[in-house]
Ligand binder design. Structure first.
Ligand code: BTN
Length: 228
């Protein structure tokens, strides 16, 4: 796999689009990003000391309804990376990785479809490694969670190594620890408590709000977990 490293770039997800016309899988890493992008149009803080990388992959005949497999795989790669440093990670559906109750990593996937198939996928992963998060109460780095310094170069290497190994959906599910627990769901203007029942292979979260089980996509709801 071709791997490119840039000191700084606007966003590795945007930069990697220049390879879309080829058929070659490629990974682009950057030391910092000036316009790091998060999900739901948010920006993603991308200071020195974090891992910022995007992988462009061309899956072989992956049906569009299985596109969530790519997301799940990326989240598993981050969890395996955290475990390599003795950290116990959890996935907050759909694809944030948490450690010690704080956000360790975010993932932004951008897909291109051709008919019923996923043609290409840009998998953007940001992991806090040794960046200064003293101003951000809700985030944690590998170094903080491990209780020792985890150099960003080492974290990047580990993440790439884990990303290049195959994973299963069962492995993804094994990192989801809030199933069976009460979560606070925000769906449009409505906010309610529900039991998180399952994550389906297409990525939807099944919840039981007392009136029955419904499967909802990450675009339809946001939720808070860890409620007492
Ligand atoms: C999120 O938590 O909302 C997702 C964050 C995704 C950040 C990564 S860093 C590498 C890649 N480039 C970007 O601009 N975003 C993703």
């Amino acid at each position: 796999m071709k791997i490119e490293f840039l000191d700084t770039v606007d966003s590795t997800n945007d930069y990697i689009r220049r390879y879309l016309n080829g058929r070659e899988n490629v990974i682009v890493c950057a030391g910092t990003q000036t316009k790091g992008r998060g999900t739901k149009g948010r920006s993603f803080l991308s200071d020195e000391g974090g891992v910022y990388l995007s992988a462009l992959i061309f899956p072989d005949a992956l049906p569009a309804e299985n596109a969530f497999r790519v997301m799940a795989h990326a989240a598993v790669a981050v969890c395996r990376t955290a475990e390599a440093y003795g950290i116990d990670p959890q996935i907050k559906w759909a694809n944030d990785v948490f450690a010690c109750g704080k956000k360790l990593s975010g993932i932004l996937i951008e897909n291109g479809f051709s008919g019923k198939f996923l043609k290409w996928s840009i998998v953007g992963i940001g992991v806090n490694a040794e960046n200064d998060l003293s101003e951000v109460d809700t985030a944690i780095s590998l170094s903080q969670a491990a209780g020792r310094n985890v150099p960003v170069e080492q974290a990047r290497e580990t993440l790439i190594e884990k990303f290049l190994k195959p994973s299963t959906f069962e492995e993804y599910l094994s990192y989801i620890r809030f199933l069976g627990q009460t979560v606070r769901v925000t769906e449009g203007v409505r906010e309610y408590d529900a039991i998180a029942v399952n994550v389906l292979a297409d990525g939807r979260l099944e919840i039981d709000d007392g009136k029955g089980i419904r499967a909802l996509s990450v675009a339809e709801i946001s939720f808070r977990w860890g409620l007492k």
